[in-house]
Ligand binder design. Structure first.
Ligand code: IMP
Ligand code: MG
Length: 185
């Protein structure tokens, strides 16, 4: 049977933009005079990171790293692998991790611990989305876009088996009759 997919809007383009501008203003205030490095987590945060960076009025640096968490299409196993590391040392810098979504919290718990071993001045987390009902480990989120209920979301960088990353809004996929396979980060 051929799967039928329909994406229902959960967070509109306008709502995303307004919240990203607010986060940018807050980060601009909090990091005055510091050496801020945005650490974007690929691939899911690429769009959020690009918009957030433009909303921050400070001389920042932007780096990316790639993470892969194994699991089925919609959940993580908590086994995290760095597929592409930061290209240079970050000792003494103020790191702000930019992540698409905190679900179980396992991926961010791993990354915070890993980055802390590199002697940065600070490590904080800015996440666009959080599903509080799914938390398995405590993950302090210093800057949060939106708290959402436990539904699998796509768009604005987030994928389902690599699809839907290019949607300019966050939505929920409704499927009838089949599903794509693969893991995502
Ligand atoms: P964790 O469960 O907090 O470790 O999240 C692992 C990763 O799973 C996140 O960084 C996302 O890339 C992905 N993920 C979790 N929930 C969703 C979702 O609803 N849509 C798309 N990706 C998700
Ligand atoms: Mg991710």
């Amino acid at each position: 049977m051929v799967a039928q997919h329909r994406v229902e809007t959960l967070i509109s383009r306008e709502a995303l933009d307004a919240r990203v501008q607010e986060l940018g203003r807050q980060i601009t205030r909090d990091y005055q005079g510091r050496e801020l490095v945005l650490v974007g987590v690929l691939k899911g945060s690429f769009m959020f990171c690009a918009d957030l960076a433009r909303a921050i009025d400070l001389p920042i640096a932007i780096e990316f790293l790639g993470l892969k968490s194994y699991g089925d299409a919609q959940t993580t196993s908590g086994v995290v692998q760095i597929t592409s590391d930061l290209p240079r040392p970050v000792a003494g810098k103020d790191l702000l991790i930019v992540e698409d979504i905190v679900d179980t919290g396992l991926t961010m718990a791993y990354l915070r611990t890993n980055l802390a071993t590199r002697n940065p001045a600070s490590v904080k987390l800015c996440a666009l989305l959080h599903k509080p009902s799914r938390a398995r480990v405590a993950t302090p989120i210093d800057y949060l876009g939106f708290s959402i209920e436990d539904r699998f979301v796509v768009g604005y960088g987030l994928d389902w088996a690599e699809r839907y990353r290019n949607l300019p809004y966050v939505g929920v996929v409704e499927v009838t009759g089949g599903e794509p396979s693969g893991s995502s980060t």
